[in-house]
Design a protein around this ligand. Structure first.
Ligand SMILES: [Zn+2]
Length: 166
């Protein structure tokens, strides 16, 4: 059974920003600036430290565990992105914003979204493994794991950006 994917603010091309969107964007910018200030004051990381962090984050999620989404960002650009397939919406937790690849606005909060489809077909054996597991696990556990994986992916992306800046 697939997750029930939600949509918000469709059609994405006609979406009008709300007061709540402006507030979320302001908050995201404040958090971003705070993090930048903390980073500027923190001592630079050694190569060992970067390697440690990369190992902590583990390996990237395989494509068949991902769902493709169309996202409209605060700046008005509509982009495509992937999220863990168990997440019913693409803007949970730390994934509610990203850097716009079109205009460079960073952060840009997600204001509207629409599900597109799976990123890849699952390999046969991993599919049967997952369906037998999903009958035993309560939904709450699956959701929290999905959120963890999504946060993990976001952290890894953040880490690569920081690494480039260091
Ligand atoms: Zn943009």
């Amino acid at each position: 059974m697939e997750a029930e994917y939600l949509r918000h603010g469709v059609p994405l091309a006609d979406y009008q920003l709300t007061k709540a969107d402006h507030r979320r964007q302001r908050e995201a910018v404040q958090v971003h600036e705070w993090v930048q200030r903390q980073l500027a004051e923190a001592p630079p990381w050694s190569d060992e430290r970067w390697e440690e962090m990369r190992q902590l984050l583990g390996s990237p999620t395989p494509p068949w565990e991902l769902q493709r989404w169309q996202l409209r960002l605060y700046c008005g650009h509509v982009i495509e992105a992937t999220r863990n397939r168990n997440s019913p919406r693409p803007d949970g937790g730390v994934c509610d914003k990203k850097r716009c690849p079109d205009c460079g606005l960073d952060p840009a909060v997600i204001v509207a979204f629409e599900p597109l489809g799976p990123a890849a077909e699952p390999p046969a054996e991993s599919h049967s493994l997952r369906s037998s597991r999903s009958t035993r696990q309560p939904p709450a556990d699956r959701r929290s794991k999905a959120e963890l994986v999504a946060e993990n992916n976001a952290l890894r992306a953040e880490l690569e950006v920081l690494r480039d800046q260091a």
